[in-house]
Design a protein around this ligand. Structure first.
Ligand SMILES: NC(=O)c1ccc[n+]([C@@H]2O[C@H](COP(=O)([O-])OP(=O)(O)OC[C@H]3O[C@@H](n4cnc5c(N)ncnc54)[C@H](OP(=O)(O)O)[C@@H]3O)[C@@H](O)[C@H]2O)c1
Length: 336
């Protein structure tokens, strides 16, 4: 048992993060068999941090819990059978709630931990797993994106969308992006989108069809759902793939399956969690590729906001209110 105390954000009841999260002093969590304890340096925020606090995420941790699905840090302690991990290893990890990354120490399953080479900044790698790993799996393994194909990315200025634009460009696709408002549209262009559409003032399906000579987009990366999914069906190419990433619009769309049949397209779900158990070598290869792309400068995670641990709850609220761009990172500890 470690008698040290740590600072941690905790939800003791469910509700909006700004109302239910408290920054408290808590005992250090103990790693169980197959787990490691990580001294967190930088946590990366995700849409799911808002949902989990409200009790609306598919993972429902016991109360009280610390949110924070991912982050970088240094291995502090390892439980029995925790694989190759040793104290002092520099890593990035998907954390296991109730002991998430918005705390000075977090817990992760050994198979959800990946080594980080020297020279890669914590802030750039903190969001590598959920943001870039998911997007890589979506575009390549699930979407089969080929060089020269047309990729349409929704919410292109967001966390997932900004990664999809960069990885689409790195794959040699012709990238279209949608976003709400002129600033976000300009950002999509800066990230590499050849065509960026302000969906508030233009119908994105019309633009895609016009710009592709009526062919439509081969792959559509949809983290918004709802009306955006419905409209995406109007600009998907023959043999196209609509990738279901998430539902930030708040509505899960229904699919008239006859439409998919007649237009000969696929609707493809993307949720990488089980690959850790089913195909770990594939995840290792994917991460190695991502680190290589990062080191080569082919991808460069957009850090829209960097805050200290004290401001984490406010930052989750800003993300859910669509006030942020790119990734939000939280400096949990400095100078470790
Ligand atoms: N499948 C997976 O494994 C996986 C992994 C990570 C994330 N996700 C999902 O992907 C989605 C995006 O996550 P993220 O962290 O990257 O968030 P984000 O894109 O940074 O933020 C969401 C964006 O969605 C757009 N949006 C459209 N309608 C909205 C509405 N009614 N309310 C709020 N935002 C709206 C906004 O962009 P505009 O202002 O440009 O419209 C907003 O900035 C979430 O649903 C998340 O759960 C899934």
């Amino acid at each position: 048992m470690d008698s040290r105390a740590m600072r941690a954000w905790q939800a003791k009841v469910l509700g909006p993060p700004q109302e239910v999260l408290e920054l408290v002093e808590a005992p250090l969590p103990e790693p169980g068999p197959g787990q490691v304890r990580i001294r967190v340096r930088v946590a990366a925020l995700n849409w799911s941090d808002d949902l989990v606090c409200r009790g609306r995420y598919q993972v429902k941790p016991p109360l009280p819990f610390s949110p924070g699905m991912e982050g970088t840090g240094v291995i502090d302690a390892a439980g029995d059978d925790a694989g190759p991990w040793r104290a002092g290893d520099r890593v990035v990890a998907n954390m296991t709630l109730p002991h998430g990354a918005l705390a000075e120490f977090a817990i992760a399953e050994a198979e959800n931990v990946y080594r980080v080479p020297d020279g890669v900044p914590d802030t750039k790698v903190a969001g590598l797993l959920i943001q870039y790993q998911t997007t890589h799996i979506a575009l390549h393994r699930r979407g089969g994106l080929q060089a020269g194909e047309t990729l349409l990315v929704h919410a292109g200025a967001g966390g997932m969308g900004s990664a999809a634009i960069q990885l689409g460009c790195a794959a040699g696709a012709r990238v279209f992006a949608t976003a709400g408002g002129a600033d976000k549209v300009a950002l999509c262009r800066d990230l590499g989108a050849q065509v960026a559409i302000d969906y508030r003032s233009e119908d994105f399906a019309d633009v895609v069809n016009r710009e592709t000579g009526g062919e439509g987009a081969d792959v559509i990366f949809d983290s918004v759902g709802g009306d955006t999914f419905d409209r995406s069906r109007k600009c998907i190419a023959f043999e196209g793939r609509i990738l279901i990433i998430g539902f930030s619009s708040g509505r899960i769309a229904d699919l008239p399956t006859n439409h998919a049949m007649v237009k000969n397209y696929s609707v493809v779900g993307v949720y990488p969690a089980r690959y850790a158990q089913l195909d770990h070598p594939f995840l290792e290869r994917t991460n190695a590729h991502l680190i290589q792309l990062l080191q080569d400068g082919a991808i460069d995670p957009l850090i829209g906001l960097e805050v200290p641990l004290e401001n984490a709850a406010t930052a989750i609220a800003a993300l859910a209110d669509r006030k942020t761009v790119g990734k939000i990172v939280v400096n949990v500890q400095t100078g470790v």
